[in-house]
Design a protein around this ligand. Structure first.
Ligand code: THU
Length: 133
């Protein structure tokens, strides 16, 4: 399966972002292990810290949809350079993927940066770090 459907899903859904405070709409799409594509947008709030990122929305959709592992991520925004996920989203994505899971960051103008979860968050905290023996 190509990245095309992820790009289409993230780009289409981005318009529905609720971002009246930053005016910065972000669209994300995640492919679950089943092959299904899950979109998400940022949802802001008048109480600013309560806002959520597009990646978090896509993760919630994935879990609600029955997938618990992700195989590819696409994130797009109207910005001068491919939009980098925030630190919290890097950790959230790492929970469900692998260090070599591809992540494509994009601009509306068509620029893309291909990276991986491992490159975005080296040394991620994982369940293995809670092993006591
Ligand atoms: N935002 C995302 O949704 N994903 C990112 O990868 C970067 C930032 C959102 C959060 C907030 O609603 C707005 O962009 C400005 O920070």
């Amino acid at each position: 399966m190509s990245t095309f459907d992820l790009k289409t899903a993230a780009t289409t859904i981005r318009d529905r972002a609720y971002a009246p405070y930053s005016n910065f709409k972000v669209g994300a799409a995640i492919r679950g292990e089943s092959g299904a594509v899950y979109p998400g947008v940022n949802v802001e709030n008048a109480a600013y810290p309560e806002g959520t990122c597009a990646e978090a929305g896509a993760i919630a959709a994935m879990i609600a949809g029955g997938d618990t592992r992700l195989t590819e991520v696409y994130v797009i925004a109207d910005c001068p350079a491919p939009v980098p996920p925030c630190g919290g989203c890097r950790q959230k994505l790492a929970e469900f993927g692998a260090p070599d899971t591809p992540v494509i960051l994009a601009t509306l103008a068509g620029e893309e940066l291909r990276t991986t979860l491992g490159d975005l968050l080296p040394g991620a905290f994982t369940p293995a770090h809670m092993d006591k023996d």
